[in-house]
Write a protein that binds this ligand. Structure first.
Ligand code: GLN
Length: 492
């Protein structure tokens, strides 16, 4: 079969269980596509064909023996931020270029236990800091829709791999938008779960009070399958929550769009820099949901202007603390011929970290230092609480809140935005992480340059089922999620 990469996760699962094709055939199909097409997209940092084929053979044995799970034998790619035993985990940084984790992240452990086959690790911004995936020390990844454009970031490799059909689905992480924005730039569906829904154990830490992992795929249905595997409490992550996990697949039609109240924040649609095409496509998608029975309710989110400054204090503060462990002594990159211990620390860190990471360590260290701590860090935490309260108040009157995922479509590679310009591009995603809420991106059309546009729906705590269900029904009534970039149509 030459078109296995066009099948949805449900179709792949059916095909495998009915022995229409084997996991080995499916895995070889993807490995062939990666070998041929990925040199153009550059989504993978590491491809692991031997391990993938061994896992595929084990999956085929389980399928034959009748002890397979719903997803046994289906391949996936992991963002290179998830620790993988025996496979390099770099987080896009030179400082971890030689790092092989002695253990698997809980998410990886769970995908393995579910019988999923790991194709390899995919590219990302260094330590997940960025919105283009260009800050990776291995270089930029291309957007499958236009190879001279970025796939977004920081989970840009995950998005590009799925959009080019080089993996059926992928894991990502979202600290301030890193699942939703690349999903938006690449025409995919991506879910950022409630903080604490998915274990952070074994995910290289960026900003621990904001980091959360989630699925990136073509459709809400495909995302639901991966959520069923990765969600749940983990004793190894004290911030993961002991709360029953929904069956996200079974709930795909569980929320009625009829009567659904969708909040439209006035402030969001008046942001300077909101592209006219993005605005138009998002409004069209909301009109469609209205036709399906939803009610659009104008709401106020008065803290909108505070999102960017608040996040860009708290996230760098936590990053400066998390990244202090990379000292050239314990693991990772070490400079050549250090003169003494101070020289070892200084040069290992200044040679090992890229410019954006260094910028954030400096900002974060400053914000946490005695004398400035109250003025910056404590104040930002107080504003964070106000942002959360703003959302909770809104959810008294609406079920979900709609927004663009990003004010623009994908940037050109090398556009060289200033840090401030880049940070302002995160306006629609950051508050969700500051408040710990779940949110989803879904593709809703294209701009004048044929680049994908994304709609974001933000839900109340633990509303992952509801978000997936709304988007699933939207996708039953539209076909944006079935559109494929030309490069994905190519056969290997
Ligand atoms: N673009 C944001 C940042 O640079 C978000 C990144 C993320 O979610 N990991 O921090």
């Amino acid at each position: 079969m030459t078109d296995l990469h066009r099948l949805s996760i449900r179709e792949l699962a059916e095909g495998l269980s009915q022995a229409k094709f084997s996991s080995r055939e499916l895995t070889e199909h993807y490995l062939k596509r990666i070998a041929k097409i990925d040199p153009l997209v550059k989504s993978y940092v590491t491809v692991t064909p031997e391990q993938a084929l061994a896992e595929a053979d084990a999956a085929d044995v389980a399928l034959k023996a009748g002890n397979a799970t719903a997803l046994t034998g289906i391949p996936l790619a992991h963002k290179d931020i998830f620790c993988t035993k025996g496979i390099k985990t770099t987080a896009g940084s030179k400082i971890l270029d030689n790092f092989i984790s002695p253990y698997d992240a809980t998410v990886v452990e769970k995908t393995k236990a579910a019988g999923l086959v790991t194709l390899g690790k995919v590219n990302m911004d260094e330590f997940a800091m960025g919105s283009t995936s260009e800050s990776s020390y291995v270089g930029a990844t291309s957007n499958p829709w236009a190879l001279d454009h970025v796939p977004g970031g920081s989970s840009g490799g995950s998005a590009a791999a799925v959009a080019a059909d080089l993996a059926p689905f992928a894991t990502g992480t979202d600290t301030g938008g890193s699942i939703r924005q690349p999903a938006s730039f690449c025409g995919l569906t991506g879910l950022k779960p409630t903080y604490g829904r998915v274990s952070r154990f074994g995910i290289i830490a960026y900003a621990s009070s904001l980091d959360q992992a989630g699925p990136m795929a073509r459709s809400a249905e495909d995302c639901a399958y991966l959520m069923n595997v990765i969600a749940g409490h983990d004793a190894k992550d004290s911030t993961s929550v002991k709360k029953e996990v929904d069956d996200y697949v079974a709930n795909l039609n569980g929320t009625s769009v009829k009567g659904l109240r969708i909040g439209i924040p006035k402030q969001y649609f008046n942001v300077a820099g909101l592209d006219a095409d993005v605005k138009a496509r998002v409004e069209e998608s909301l009109k469609k949901l209205e036709e399906m029975g939803a009610t659009l309710v104008e709401i106020d989110l008065n803290m909108t202007e505070a999102y960017v400054p608040t996040y860009y204090l708290i996230a760098p503060a936590e990053a400066s603390s998390n990244l202090s462990r990379y000292d050239g002594v314990r693991y990772g990159y070490r400079c050549e011929n250090p003169a003494d211990l101070m020289d070892l620390y200084k040069r290992s860190r200044s040679e090992g970290f890229g410019p954006e990471v260094q910028r954030r360590i400096l900002i974060g260290t400053y914000a946490l230092s005695a004398g400035y701590y109250d003025a910056y860090y404590v104040k930002a935490q107080k504003v964070r609480r106000l942002i959360q309260q703003d959302f909770l108040k809104a959810f008294e009157n609406v079920d979900v809140i709609a927004a663009p995922s990003a004010p623009t479509t994908a940037y050109k590679i090398g556009a060289n935005l200033s840090p401030t310009e880049m940070y302002l591009g995160d306006i629609y995603t950051l508050a969700v992480n500051l408040a710990g809420l779940p949110a989803i991106n879904a593709p809703v059309g294209f701009d004048k340059d044929s680049l994908p546009v994304g709609l974001q729906l933000i839900g109340n705590y633990w509303s992952e089922s509801q978000l997936l269900s709304i988007i699933h029904q939207y996708q039953q009534n539209t076909d944006w999620h079935t559109k494929r970039a030309a490069i994905a149509e190519e056969n290997a």
